[in-house]
Design a protein around this ligand. Structure first.
Ligand SMILES: NC(=O)c1ccc[n+]([C@@H]2O[C@H](COP(=O)([O-])OP(=O)(O)OC[C@H]3O[C@@H](n4cnc5c(N)ncnc54)[C@H](O)[C@@H]3O)[C@@H](O)[C@H]2O)c1
Length: 366
């Protein structure tokens, strides 16, 4: 099961779109312990462009074929619908990182978590923010301020296009649009079934919570464990959610997630209010390399206030995640972001949406 340590770990990249091209492929390419062993995408032109660029001959349009390739020791799953690919990876005995969210519903995710655990494979959810040196530093500061009075997590994201244009991306025009649409509709059907008729109207809000907010649920969980209660939820807009969660020792957290704010800055932060001190983490746009989250500390200094800014060590969280993955495969570390956390977040996302008042499909957001 564990790969030989003398040669680089052969990585198959499944889904060669934006996040694979901007982060995973360049990092796998540059880390000496890894080798891009195979590529898989629906687009032949993307496969050929990236295969030529990275010198990878093994190019597959069906991930089942990639899993039969003996040069592939492990995979990173960067498709839209992860569940079926995760299942195939476990069946093929390949270690893997699956991009967030682990799946679209907790019901889909539960058997995946059980199968991954039973397999003994290294299986990580790609919650790269938990590997960010700024976040790790903030955890130490949070632990030092005692029981928080209040936690706030805010994620309005920002203009992705500003950062997308920093990179050259290959986009395929040769994928059957009907095939993509059918896949999206199939997922929408699974989500609607899970939400039930009273909450189907919140499908876009649920997807916002999964595609953007799952990072924030993971960041909260990484610091405070799994939320015990959801005492309030409000649909501020179709993709704008507010919720009040309760953690151990009745510590409350206000969560706000919105997609489409279009700010010129990246607007994602967590503030932890202690009795006397405050820790705030400002996350960076995920597409910025070599930039860690920034930690701001407000403390009492004698009779007055003080404020310190602690930039995390320059690093790309995605690179740290890959280094951790290598250590896990070698048996030198235990997964920091195991699949169970991805399931915990899906269960919480479902609880948050179901805490909203039931409403008919044609009712506009409040
Ligand atoms: N960690 C992060 O910060 C972060 C950032 C962006 C995206 N993501 C996640 O990464 C995943 C991909 O996002 P993206 O922005 O790269 O999307 P994308 O649409 O740019 O890329 C997806 C790629 O997967 C390919 N694909 C789809 N189904 C496939 C299949 N069955 N077999 C092979 N290839 C298939 C598509 O052709 C496309 O090239 C999503 O799950 C998203 O949530 C994570």
């Amino acid at each position: 099961m564990s790969a030989p340590q003398t040669r680089p770990l052969g990585i198959g990249v499944i889904g060669c779109g934006e996040i694979a091209q901007l982060m995973h492929l360049p990092i796998i390419h540059e880390l000496p312990q890894l080798k891009i062993a195979a590529l898989c995408d629906l687009s032949r032109s993307v496969l050929d462009g990236l295969g030529d660029h990275y010198g990878v001959a093994a190019r597959y349009r069906d991930y089942h074929d990639l899993f039969r390739d003996p040069a592939v020791d492990a995979v990173v799953i960067c498709t839209f619908d992860h569940g079926p690919v995760v299942r195939a990876a476990i069946e093929a005995g390949k270690h893997f990182i699956v991009e967030k969210p682990l799946a679209f519903t907790a019901q889909e995710a539960r058997p995946l978590v059980a199968a991954a655990t039973a397999s003994g494979l290294t299986a990580l959810v790609g919650y790269m923010k938990l590997y960010d040196p700024g976040y790790r530093l903030a955890l130490e500061k949070i632990a030092a301020i005692g029981r928080p009075k209040m936690i706030q997590v805010h994620d309005f994201a920002g203009r992705f296009d500003r950062y997308q244009q920093l990179y050259t991306q290959l986009r395929g025009q040769d994928v059957d649009a009907a095939l993509i649409k059918a896949g999206q509709q199939e997922v929408a059907g699974r989500v609607a079934t899970m939400l039930g008729c009273g909450h189907t109207a919140y499908a876009d809000l649920y997807m916002t919570l999964l595609m953007l907010g799952s990072h924030d649920l993971a960041v909260l969980r990484g610091a405070f464990g799994v939320a015990e209660t959801v005492s309030y939820a409000q649909a501020v807009g179709p993709t704008h959610l507010m919720a009040v969660l309760g953690f151990a020792d009745r510590v409350p957290a206000l969560l706000e997630v919105a997609f489409g704010a279009q700010y010129e800055w990246w607007d994602e932060w967590m503030t932890v209010h202690g009795e006397a001190d405050e820790v705030r983490i400002d996350f960076q746009n995920p597409y910025v390399r070599n930039a860690a989250a920034i930690v701001r500390l407000r403390e009492a200094a004698g009779e007055g206030p003080s404020e310190r800014i602690l930039p995390g060590t320059p690093e790309t969280a995605f690179r740290r995640q890959w280094q951790h993955f290598i250590a896990c495969v070698r048996g030198e570390a235990m997964p920091l972001t195991p699949l169970q956390g991805g399931l915990d977040d899906l269960e919480l996302a479902e609880r948050i949406i179901k805490a909203l008042p039931a409403r008919a499909l044609n009712e506009a957001a409040a």
